[in-house]
Design a protein around this ligand. Structure first.
Ligand SMILES: [Zn+2]
Ligand SMILES: [Zn+2]
Length: 370
């Protein structure tokens, strides 16, 4: 019990009590590099390496860190309420809104963070597409147009030409995990359970690191930048059409292939309003009941039900009138088909029930021979 309060993990990593998860990771990386038993032959290096790994394992996990902080303050109950406001999870906020699928969200660049939050891991991954919605009027879409678009993306680093490495793209085995991609940390002294495996923060689990990381991009091979493209929207374009510019999306990491810039044409006049969409959905939902009901000969029993849905659906779909372009009707057809899919199984069940009860009425439940 005393041992866990003895260890000051913040002092071991030389970080402040309110250090962010990212600062803790960087501190661990720096220490692990110096103390790794394969590099540092000092007699106490291995012991210190274990200590640093243990400190990192606890402080990098928001919940473990809370419990540890609470124990140190002498109030183990202060750790309650994990979901409370001001939790250390705030460091991760914004990941869900990353517009490019992965990497760092723009909103995450605060003054508190340094420019290169990424580790020097060698982790080649293809870049994601950048999707851009361009809204144009129906008459503009009909004659076509040319538009300049400015957007943000990850582009290949000009200093290292996308490799992430100063000399050339050369990766070496990660010294922290010896290429396994994970480290094991003994937590038995703290929480009573044994060895925990965790992803190696140095190489992010790939087992490889860039030997000489580029200072401009920090080793990833790409930097966040503003790009401009000219998009040609051809004549007779319609809502939902795409114009694709190959290679103008996000650059990949460590020299991997880039994604595309995808310009999606949005024509408001050709789109269904939410009400129209719901209306066609209802009409589609109703259709299987009508067809199957007629085929099974029970439509008269369901006429009120199918009638009300049909009137409601038609009202919502056509309240704005019938005069619409071809793509509007295509979208309407899609919404209707979605409704058909939803209604089909239910219609089979309901018609089956009607069929069953009507046959029971004629054959006579009471007529069973006993
Ligand atoms: Zn670079
Ligand atoms: Zn590693």
């Amino acid at each position: 019990m005393a041992s866990m309060n003895d260890k000051d993990y913040y002092a071991i990593l030389e970080v402040s009590q309110d250090a962010s998860t990212d600062e803790i990771r960087k501190a661990f990386q720096a220490k692990a590099r110096k103390l790794h038993p394969d590099i540092n032959k000092a007699p106490d290096a291995e012991e210190k390496f274990k200590e640093v790994s243990e400190a990192y394992a606890v402080l990098s996990d928001p919940e473990k860190r809370k419990r540890y902080d609470a124990m140190r303050s002498g109030n183990p109950f202060a750790a309650g309420g994990y979901g409370g406001s001001g939790s250390p999870q705030g460091d991760y906020s914004g990941y869900g809104s990353d517009p490019f699928g992965w990497g760092f969200p723009f909103g995450g660049y605060t003054s508190r963070q340094t420019r290169h939050t990424r580790s020097r891991s060698y982790n080649p991954r293809a870049g994601a597409d950048v999707v851009y919605d361009l809204t144009v009027d129906a008459d503009v879409a009909k004659i076509g147009t040319r538009r300049g678009v400015t957007y943000q993306r990850y582009a290949a680093c000009g200093v290292c030409h996308g490799t992430g490495s100063v000399e050339a793209a050369h990766a070496e085995t990660c010294p922290t995990c010896k290429g396994t991609g994970h480290i094991s940390v003994d937590l038995s002294s703290l929480f009573g359970f044994g060895v925990m495996e965790m992803e190696c923060p140095e190489c992010e689990g790939t087992g490889k690191v860039v030997a000489d990381p580029c200072t401009n991009c920090g080793g990833s091979g790409r930097v966040l930048t503003a790009s401009e493209v000219v998009v040609d929207i051809p004549a007779d374009s319609h809502d939902g059409d795409e114009v694709r510019l190959t290679g103008m999306g996000n650059a990949g990491t460590n020299g991997s292939s880039a994604g595309d810039f995808v310009c999606r044409v949005c024509v408001p006049e050709e789109r269904l309003t939410p009400e129209q969409s719901n209306g066609f959905h209802l009409l589609g939902f109703d259709l299987p009941f009508v067809v199957i009901g007629i085929l099974a000969g029970v439509i008269s029993s369901m006429s009120v039900f199918v009638g009300v849905i049909a009137i409601l659906g038609a009202f919502m779909a056509f309240r704005g009138g019938f005069r619409h372009g071809g793509r509007w009707w295509t979208n309407a057809g899609k919404a209707t088909m979605g409704g058909v899919t939803n209604g089909l199984v239910l219609a089979l069940c309901v018609v089956g029930m009607f069929k069953c009860s009507s046959s029971m009425g004629t054959a006579g439940y009471m007529g069973r021979p006993y």
